[in-house]
Design a binder for this molecule. Sequence first.
Ligand code: TRP
Length: 326
Amino acid sequence: MKPIIVSGIKPSGVLHIGNYLGMIKQSVDLQESGKYSCLYFVADYHSLTTGYKPEEKSAEVMGIITDLLAAGLDPKKSILFVQSHILEHANLAWIFNTLTSMGQLERMVEYKEKVAEGQVPNAGLFDYPVLMAADILLYKARKVPVGEDQRQHLELARDIARTFNKKFGETFPEPEGVFTKALRVMSLSDPKKKMSKTMPAGCLYLTDSPKKIAEKIGAAVTDSQKEVGYDPKNRPGISNLVNIYAEFSDDTPAAVVKKFQGASYKEFKGAAAELVSEKLREIQERKSEIEKNKKEIMRIVGEGAESVRPVAQKTLAEVKNKIGLV
Ligand code: TRP
């Protein structure tokens, strides 16, 4: 049997290129490698931990599935499903709650950031990483493609696996993160911060038109130097653009810097906007095709749920048995 890969993505409205480069592109690459059984799901339960409107939720879930398919996830090669369709996720999370200390969760940077941003600190937001551990361990996943920002959460999943194994006997492999080579995609308007919808001017959405892309990249904060260079610490703005270019062209930042030796910032920004537009256009075209057939989308995730459910049920039964429930 091939090693199992699991990853989840939150349905939170329109995706930006940070989401795409962080997890989706890599998930597609792993699928194409043919070396793994890939399980990808929409983390709809996770998405309930931050403010939302119930009347928008189903469109968000459908939208993200469409985005994943448009970006190249192929239901013939990967399994695509919705988290809340598999009840065992929340069930296993409950058991893991009893193996996790308040201190472990209090250290989570993402939680602290969300609260600092003004999110209501509900118990689900605090507990978010435990549900994520359950998502991964339920399928005994070996590898987890995630963005760099999920490193700490993944570490917790490994801790929980270790704690469980020590207390109740060898059950879970310790899952390894697969992080994109690229550093985080930063905001175009404030390159010291992660690209985020909270700063729309610095955020490139997968739905942006070539004109919008050219405007946003054109207005991206750089520095007063003249040469395109790569030094994320001291020159975060231009380095972020080099990074984006490198990721979309499957090249290294060094190669991109070399390619644009002698070019002005303006020329480089123009080329970057063109490259990003071209890549996004492909995704947008596929998306508008897929969107037309909602029934087919539901069929795909229905089939996905059917194929993972037996695995989830088996693991939960094993866990309940090991911890002594009758
Ligand atoms: N927390 C992840 C993110 O924000 C999404 C996620 C939920 C996830 N469950 C997961 C990723 C399990 C990998 C594995 O990106």
